[in-house]
Design a protein around this ligand. Structure first.
Ligand code: ADA
Length: 779
């Protein structure tokens, strides 16, 4: 008869925290899976049993030196070669839990208990590490405004899918994420009912009960894995039933008594209902004015939390993360810290894109000022408007970003968006994949470097090669794929920071830019922080050409250095992924998708490089007035279009969209459409625009050459802007620009534009009612 090996499990202290218990369960499962039976006795009752000692800071078990080295969440695992005892020591119960999870992972990977173990993880450098999940959609709901999405099974099936949550939370656990941020505009009317406002729910009764059950379950499941759930909300948002009853808008720019009383009660009820959940208020975008925001934080949000604590008998303050978005936390925090201790601050790392590991300028100062407040400061890697929709696994870039978050910004926390925020849990691929499958390397890289951004580079590279070998079957393929990920990942950050209009999701990088946006960005509300904060020092196109013309020296990055770097990275990435192709033995379909992405990034890079060259030639023409410059520009423009065609062909059947937020908020290269009617979200929808752009440009040159130049549009100034208010119900203001939707009830967009009109405000109304002679909607 075969004797099952026995593990004698000894735990100090024997009264175990929930998270340690769940770590032990996971470890026990792994041991059982490799054939062990578990006995909870000491000394081992069975001769020859392997002893496994798990302890939290226990001097009997941990050597004194080691104990002083282990910080919270840190752990050590040791086993002398072939010795009959394995020890796991945690710096705290989370640390002991992570030790168990790590040993379970090693056992699972090896298929047996390793004979020799010597692992010391002193503890993370970033104390708070968590991804975000949006309870938000790619589109705006009819009759609703931005961020207004009640939590229902129709809108968010994933919220109710416990199997998916379990898999996802286990994934976070293994990656040692200790926070999960849930984003919602106004979660309260889907999750709590206060006795003072029992009838303002925005979901039906059955959904409400299911929501409460699910949310409680989720908070408990998080807690079991040492993960702290944090709920975000915007200010001031009201439930529609309450707003309607009081004749108020659902989004308010200033407080009033009804809104304050309701919100205080809703937050108190939330704290009572879910005492272990943290809160993350966004004091803007609707609410404006520092005084208003201070009042709202202190007198409404924090007061609501304290009322909830009193009602629930809580003595420990739930954590509150204050975002610096549409507010200035430097002015908000001092007063708040006087009334509440457990506060964190949070600001975006590179805005709503990933552009540099050298953040500087005003944004760097803002982060530093917040770090100096004494509350833990968290960087938010927010929407990735320049990386969408492609895979991103440039661990080299990510590692430097985490070093920068610590050293240049003083942060000690990471709040990470998924690559496709507005469409969780799906990826943009056609057909959609799950983001946790597709983008495992995105999450794993950030988590790894949030734990320790200083891992030895050689050891680190080997780690990724091992991980990629697990995915693609051969070390040769893995090494080349890693190179491809790293090189491809250098392109989009450089392109946006040097040529872009904004780092915000007002721009989708991969859809390209018009020549006019490159040569005359001032017409498109450029956001200087992009190149003054979220980029190393350097020159924009106009500045570069002027210096060149005047023979002045250049400073920092220039369009020309970026063009050459990006082309070089793109070619290297393509060569690397192609050389991996013959070596891949596992997950072939995913490799093919990754391969296609690398080619997409290369086509996008070449498209930008050629267009930037065209822009340089056009800008040079402004000085030289030499038609040869325009002719050269036309050649580059034609080249750029060719690369866009390649990009379109590569994405036509492989992607559902380029960007996950498909609303009128998107302006560059063209508008995302009027509310509820997404347009221009796929390359195939933009091909015509770029073809027309080239045609127009060639016609202009022909006219110049023939001596009958069309009006030289570059010298025509836009008409002055007028101040006006839109009074007609149903009419909307919009920015007059190529791609803008001109009617509220038709998808027609502006295809070309007289320069006099660029940047003016237009009024959009319904075509149907206007044709019927009325501006107001006719039923
Ligand atoms: C911008 C962005 C939104 C959202 C917001 C925020 O307004 O366009 O999509 O991300 O920032 O909350 O930071």
């Amino acid at each position: 008869m075969q004797v099952r090996p026995v593990i004698s499990l000894v735990v100090y202290p024997s009264t175990q925290a929930t998270r340690l218990r769940s770590g032990l369960n996971r470890l026990s499962d792994a041991l059982r899976n490799v054939g062990f039976s578990i006995a909870d006795v000491d000394p081992p009752a069975v001769t020859g049993a392997l002893k496994l000692t798990v302890s939290v800071r226990d001097p009997v078990v941990g050597a004194a030196g080691l104990l002083t080295e282990l910080r919270p969440e840190g752990f050590a695992i040791s086993r002398d070669p072939e010795a009959a005892e394995i020890r796991i020591i945690g710096g705290d119960s989370s640390g002991a839990m992570y030790g168990c999870v790590e040993l379970a992972r090693l056992i699972q990977k090896a298929g047996s208990v390793p004979n020799r173990l010597s692992i010391v993880e002193h503890g993370p450098q970033f104390t708070l590490r968590g991804p975000a999940i949006g309870l938000q959609k790619t589109f705006i709901l009819p009759g609703r405004k931005v961020y207004e999405y009640p939590i229902t099974p129709e809108l968010f099936p994933f919220f109710y899918d416990r199997e998916h949550w379990t898999e996802y939370l286990d994934f976070l656990w293994v990656n040692r994420f200790n926070t999960l941020f849930l984003w919602s505009g106004h979660p309260f009317s889907s999750l709590v009912r206060s006795s003072e406002y029992p009838d303002v729910l925005e979901v039906d009764e059955a959904t409400f009960h299911e929501n409460v059950r699910t949310y409680r379950w989720l908070a408990d499941e998080c807690d079991r894995r040492g993960i702290w759930l944090v709920q975000s909300f915007y200010s001031i948002l009201l439930p529609q039933p309450l707003a309607q009853r009081h004749g108020l808008d659902t989004q308010l720019s200033a407080p009033n008594e009804v809104a304050a009383d309701y919100t205080r009660n809703a937050i108190a009820a939330f704290v009572r209902e879910y005492p272990n959940v943290g809160l993350m208020p966004c004091l803007g975008e609707a609410l404006v004015g520092i005084e208003n925001q201070k009042f709202w934080l202190n007198e409404v949000i924090l007061a609501g939390i304290k009322a909830g604590m009193a009602a629930a008998g809580l003595t420990e303050q739930p954590p509150v993360v204050v975002r610096t978005h549409a507010t200035d936390a430097r002015q908000i925090m001092p007063a708040a810290l006087k009334v509440y201790r457990n506060l964190y601050t949070e600001a975006k790392f590179n805005g709503e894109s990933l552009t540099t590991w050298e953040p500087r300028g005003v944004r760097q100062s803002l982060h530093q000022a917040m770090s100096a407040l004494g509350a833990t400061h968290v960087v938010n890697v927010h929407i990735l408007a320049n990386l969408e929709p492609f895979r991103y696994g440039a661990q080299r870039f990510i590692r430097k970003c985490m070093q920068a978050a610590r050293d240049r910004l003083g942060a000690r926390g990471l709040h990470l968006y998924p690559l496709t925020f507005w469409d969780w849990p799906f990826s943009p691929d056609r057909p959609p994949l799950r983001q946790i499958d597709r983008d495992w390397i995105w999450f794993e890289s950030w988590a790894r470097y949030a734990w320790n951004p200083d891992i030895d580079e050689h050891e680190d590279r080997n780690y990724w090669i091992t991980r990629l070998t697990e995915h693609f079957g051969s070390a040769g393929a893995a090494e080349r794929i890693l190179n491809a990920y790293n090189d491809a990942g250098e392109c989009a950050p450089r392109l946006l920071r040097r040529f872009g209009i904004t780092e915000g999701n007002r721009q989708t990088l991969s859809l390209g830019m018009t020549l006019d946006q490159l040569t005359a960005p001032e017409k498109y509300r450029p956001f200087p922080e992009l190149w003054e904060s979220q980029s190393p020092p350097g020159e924009r196109l106009q500045e570069f050409v002027e210096r060149e013309w005047k023979k002045l020296p250049h400073e920092g990055e220039t369009p020309v250095t970026i063009i050459s770097e990006v082309l070089d990275f793109a070619s290297r990435a393509q060569a690397a992924v192609e050389s991996a192709a013959g070596l891949v033995t596992l997950n072939r379909p995913e490799f093919e998708r990754l391969r296609n992405d690398v080619h997409c990034i290369a086509a996008m890079s070449r498209c930008y490089a050629a267009k930037a060259k065209a822009a340089i030639a056009v800008l040079q023409f402004n000085f030289s007035r030499d038609v040869a410059d325009l002719e050269q520009a036309a050649e580059h423009l034609a080249d750029s279009l060719q690369h866009f065609r390649t990009l379109e062909a590569l994405t036509r059947d492989t992607y559902r969209y380029a960007n996950s937020m498909q609303t009128g908020q998107r302006k560059i290269p063209v508008s995302g459409g009027s509310e509820g009617k997404p347009v221009n979200f796929h390359w195939s929808q933009l091909l015509e625009l770029y073809e027309q752009e080239l045609g127009d440009f060639q016609r202009r040159i022909a006219a110049v050459r023939s001596g009958r130049p069309e009006a030289d549009e570059t010298t025509i100034p836009p008409l002055p802007k007028a101040d006006f208010r839109v009074l007609s119900p149903g009419a909307q203001r919009y920015e007059v620009q190529i791609g803008a939707v001109v009617f509220t009830d038709r998808p027609a967009v502006i295809l070309s534009l007289a320069p006099e009109l660029a940047g003016l405000q237009g009024i959009r109304f319904a075509h149907g009612s206007a044709a019927a002679g009325a501006l107001e909607p006719v039923e």
